[in-house]
Write a protein that binds this ligand. Structure first.
Ligand SMILES: [Ca+2]
Length: 192
């Protein structure tokens, strides 16, 4: 089986990086494939291409699934952020109602102070054909903040494991934030 293309590129500092292009068969690699791609190659954070997305690695490491559709939240503090996805029907997928409208929140992190991570991730995913058509709203709730420092976070939309949209935001005040909306059937805004 041919592997996904891996090419070395140079950064401005001359350090080699591995730009990994996610081939459609990457999902068949599963966890082992991601370890192969990311395990000992240093940071892929700034590498180009959807396959380099470190959020995918966090989801897999946390036991989450990469489905036909994924909404992924990442941040880098021990605070407890919560990912909320509101379906076209108005039903909400979040930590209180993990299964709704065909999707599931399969990773929720930092709810317990004793097991917090400083590289947390939250993941809402749908299998093929399970997500109803219509407009979805994505929100992030800073449920527990351990300091007054701003909390930077990123929310991504993945279709078939490939990043289609990404939004970096930060909390510097209490209260839930509406981050973005997307509509199914999906039209790739980057292709328009
Ligand atoms: Ca959480």
């Amino acid at each position: 089986m041919p592997g996904p293309g891996i090419t070395n590129i140079k950064t401005a500092t001359g350090a080699p990086r591995h730009a990994v292009r996610l081939a459609s068969h990457l999902l068949a690699f599963g966890f082992a494939g991601l370890v192969l791609l990311f395990g000992n190659q240093g940071s892929a954070t700034d590498a180009a291409g959807p396959g380099s997305d470190p959020s995918l690695r966090r989801v897999i490491d946390a036991g989450g699934r990469i489905g036909a559709l994924n909404v992924i939240l990442t941040w880098n503090t021990g605070d407890d952020l919560d990912l909320h996805v509101i379906c076209p029907s108005g039903e909400k997928i979040y930590y209180i109602k993990r299964n709704n409208c065909g999707g599931v929140l399969d990773v929720d992190m930092n709810a317990n102070r004793g097991t917090t991570s400083t590289s947390p991730v939250e993941n809402v995913t749908w299998p093929i054909g399970a997500a109803p058509a219509g407009t979805y709203k994505v929100e992030v709730d800073p449920y527990r903040r351990d300091s007054s420092q701003p909390i930077e976070f990123k929310v991504e939309l993945l279709i078939d494991g490939q990043q289609k949209e990404a939004y970096s935001r930060h909390f510097d005040a209490p209260g839930k934030m509406s981050v973005f909306e997307f509509t199914l059937p999906y039209t790739d805004r980057r292709q328009q």
